[in-house]
Ligand binder design. Structure first.
Ligand code: ADP
Length: 347
């Protein structure tokens, strides 16, 4: 239909099975029947424990890995069955940046950025102008003749970004692109990626294990576990109120305010009361009302752990309390509090 928009990337029932890595071993199901849509302009975060399938998923999008089954639509075109030659023009529309930058150390900064343009056979004069423009955009106009070894990590990643943008892709894939950088440099690189998204309308898919990355730039997020996307959607919703036990477990490792198993063990040693964790999102939950329930029931409560996060300007957080009273009184109060917010009791 004219005017109908389609997702920029659309995966349908995609699986990727690697052959056994040892003789007599079992095949590895790296991606297990995944369906996912990435819309134009999204900054889509892919999160999950190591080995969950994040890298494989992203590498399927530019056919660095080929799927075993399912369809992978890029701008509406199924790339799953294409030959290397047929893939070439599609790959020009997809840039990628890496944790270890993957720059060519024997080439200058300008020559690194120029590389994909040489492969695309852009005439020299045009290439030189385009490289200058890209280096200006990433703030490295004065480093054109430097070599990668002479640059800081943040500068190297900015060269990586300039190179990835050289062919004017509509899609940028980022595989742990800031994981090798310190927090301050991470923020500079994230600010640059945000500009790439906003000024050029580039759709970005980012693999990350860093809360910072999600908080700063992601608009949507997919949580992966054992090759599957177990939960996905608006980043605030998934982080402040995960629906699946496995995504709640992963999210609790990256958000502030949820005690780890070890921290809970220490809290339990220190406090004799029943320990509950309460979640608060936006100002939907009135904290005074929650505390009022405990106070009215005559329960002595103490806040023993907590933290507030902010995603897209919206706060959410977790408070862990130790409650002292008889069990029946606490059960009745928790029943009332459960109507107001999510309560997790760890016994
Ligand atoms: P993540 O990026 O979430 O850490 P990966 O996509 O790298 O996960 O890996 C997913 C699974 O696929 C893991 O079990 C990994 O060992 C396996 N895997 C990845 N690449 C290969 C490969 N080339 N050959 C065999 N198994 C692989």
């Amino acid at each position: 239909m004219p005017g109908t928009t389609h997702p920029v990337v659309s995966l349908r029932d995609v699986s990727k099975i690697y052959p056994p890595t040892t003789k007599g071993g079992s095949p590895v199901v790296a991606i297990d029947n995944v369906s996912l849509d990435v819309e134009a302009g999204d900054v889509y975060g892919i999160i999950g424990y190591s080995g969950a399938g994040k890298s494989t998923l992203v590498r399927l999008v530019n056919a660095l890995e080929r799927s075993t089954s399912g369809s992978i639509l890029v701008n509406g075109q199924n790339i799953a069955g294409l030959s290397e030659r047929e893939l070439r023009p599609i790959r020009l529309g997809i840039g990628m940046i890496f944790q270890q930058f993957n720059l060519l150390n024997s080439r200058t900064v300008a020559a690194n950025v120029s590389y994909p343009l040489e492969v695309a056979r852009m005439p020299k004069a045009e290439r030189v102008a385009r490289v200058a423009e890209l280096l200006d955009f990433v703030g490295l106009g004065d480093k054109a003749s430097a070599y990668p070894d002479q640059l800081s990590g943040g500068q190297k990643q900015r060269v990586g970004i300039a190179r990835a943008l050289a062919t004017q892709p509509q899609i940028l894939l980022a595989d742990e692109a800031t994981s090798a950088l310190d927090p301050e440099t991470t923020h500079e690189v994230l600010a640059l990626l945000k500009r790439v998204n906003e000024e050029f309308g580039v759709t970005i898919i980012v693999i990350t294990h860093e809360m910072d990355v999600i908080q700063t730039i992601a608009t949507k997020v997919a949580v992966m576990d054992k090759g599957r996307v177990i939960e996905n959607g608006d980043v605030f919703d998934v982080f402040s109120n995960p629906q699946q036990a496995a995504s709640a477990r992963f999210v609790s490792t990256v958000v502030r305010g949820v005690p780890s198993a070890q921290e809970l063990a220490v809290l339990r040693e220190r406090h004799s009361g029943r320990i509950v964790t309460l979640s608060f999102r936006d100002s939907v939950v009135n904290q005074s009302e929650v505390f009022g329930v405990f106070a009215a029931a005559g329960i002595a409560f103490e806040v023993i752990y907590g933290g507030i996060n902010e995603i897209q300007g919206r706060p959410f957080g977790h408070l862990t309390l130790s409650l002292a009273a008889d069990d029946a009184t606490i059960d009745a109060a928790l029943g009332r509090v459960r109507e107001l917010t999510t309560v997790t009791e760890v016994r």
